[in-house]
Design a protein around this ligand. Structure first.
Ligand code: C2E
Ligand code: MG
Ligand code: MG
Length: 391
């Protein structure tokens, strides 16, 4: 395949050894480094096999159906394109493709096994024409070479219109591909153990930004997304203290945004770490509130200061009465619990007005501003009529 420094890799998953060998031979001819697996157990024992540029998947695999396998690939947040190889009916294969696409998997289509010899080249041409998904090695390099940057999305008081801070959203500036968005590499980082080093990198950049604002006399806060693995990582608290000592920052201006998965496993330990972070002054926000099944339980089990209403509710507040009822109830719930509430994903004036009327304290969304580079953020802040308080 063109454009790759390392040979691209492919994985053929089939319990039929003849198909494994044929697939391997055909893909090797196209320059792929090919691995094979015969069953789900083999994949579970060797998950590294799934760090690949292409998956060729048999629809029936021993005791499992194609749909079970797609579920497994979805649970592992597999990013590679998946070609379904089927000897099943066109209708069954089309159903599996639709299910995979609905889950967000990259389904390339399906190839009847009988056409494997002739049809595979077309599929490979199709892959070559599409942009290459990033690999684990490239992400590790990007972290080392400081190609990780922040986009800052303003958070605004819906009462006064003043900018209160920004959410730091990670971007990967790749010299050849351009800007890569988190949805295209966070799952890769999660699968490959790179989430913790990546989060240190993001925190470092965020603290540097906060120190810069402080030096400019801007009393803004910064919100950083922090995954569960990071909270549970070894020596996290002592490393956090070391990082904090690098910058002259007010820790009460740091918000750590967590999703509900933080409390799911090892709640006792997570609670200890979160309490320690709060002792240092950090605020804790529960991100994407309302999308998980255990949101309400997490609210009293873990010490959150802020609720972020998921944009799936906010985006419908002006058109769906039920979304409006849920959103407004969350605003009231936050107020009763003494928590700050941030509505994210505000896209128009009507949504903003409804939230302001319901006394939602803070808003964030494209209507206020899209995420901006740090330079554009500074410029945006300087043009706001309701100016941020200067120290
Ligand atoms: P999130 O933390 O819920 O971040 C908000 C996402 O919603 C951002 O997408 C933002 O650009 C987008 N957004 C903001 N306002 C609007 C709006 O009005 N309409 C629409 N349609 N979208 C809006 P982004 O930057 O692509 O980030 C997506 C997700 O990736 C984040 O969701 C977060 O879960 C994850 N992520 C981003 N940065 C980081 C990071 O630094 N660390 C970690 N662990 N995850 C991150
Ligand atoms: Mg967030
Ligand atoms: Mg969110």
């Amino acid at each position: 395949m063109k454009g790759h420094i390392m040979p691209p890799s492919a994985l053929v998953i089939d319990d039929d050894v003849d198909i494994q060998l044929l697939g391997k031979m055909l893909l090797s001819r196209h320059g792929f480094d090919v691995a094979t697996a015969g069953c789900l157990g083999e994949l579970a024992r060797k998950p590294a096999l799934l760090n690949t540029h292409l998956i060729v998947l048999d629809f029936g695999l021993g005791d499992f159906t194609g749909l079970d396998i797609l579920d497994y690939l979805y649970d592992l947040k597999i990013n590679a394109p998946i070609l379904l190889l089927s000897s099943c009916s066109d209708e069954t294969a089309a159903h599996a493709i639709a299910e995979g696409n609905a889950k967000g998997l990259k389904m390339l289509g399906f190839l009847p096994k009988a056409k494997l010899m002739t049809g595979l080249s077309d599929v490979i041409e199709q892959i070559e024409a599409s942009p290459k998904p990033p690999s684990v090695g490239e992400l590790a390099q990007a972290i080392k070479q400081q190609h990780i940057t922040l986009a800052l999305q303003p958070k605004m008081s819906l009462t006064t219109g003043a900018v209160v801070g920004a959410e730091a959203l990670v971007r990967w500036e790749d010299p050849t591909r351009g800007t890569i968005y988190p949805d295209s590499f966070i799952p890769l980082a999660e699968r490959s153990g790179l989430m913790v080093p990546l989060t240190w990198n993001i925190l470092d950049l965020s603290f540097a930004q906060l120190a810069k604002w402080h030096a400019q006399g801007l009393t803004l806060s910064i919100a950083v997304n922090v995954p569960a693995e990071f909270i549970k990582a070894e020596n996290m608290l002592s490393m956090f203290d070391t990082l904090c000592s690098k910058y002259p920052i007010d820790m009460t201006k740091v918000t750590l945004e967590l999703t509900e998965s933080v409390g799911v496993e090892c709640l006792g330990y997570a609670r200890h770490v979160l309490d320690e972070l709060r002792k240092r002054g950090c605020k804790l926000a529960l991100d994407d509130f309302g999308t998980g099944y255990s949101s309400l339980t997490q609210l009293y089990r873990l010490p959150f200061d802020e609720l972020k209403i998921d944009r799936s509710f906010v985006s419908l507040i002006d058109s769906e009465p039920s979304a409006q009822a849920i959103t407004l109830s969350i605003v009231e719930l936050g107020a009763r619990l003494g928590m700050s509430v941030v509505a994210e994903g505000i896209e128009n004036a009507e949504q903003q007005a409804l939230l302001a009327k319901a006394r939602c304290p803070v808003g964030q969304g494209y209507f206020i501003s899209r995420p901006l580079s740090p330079a554009l953020f500074d410029e945006w802040v300087s043009h706001q009529t309701t100016i941020v308080k200067r120290a």
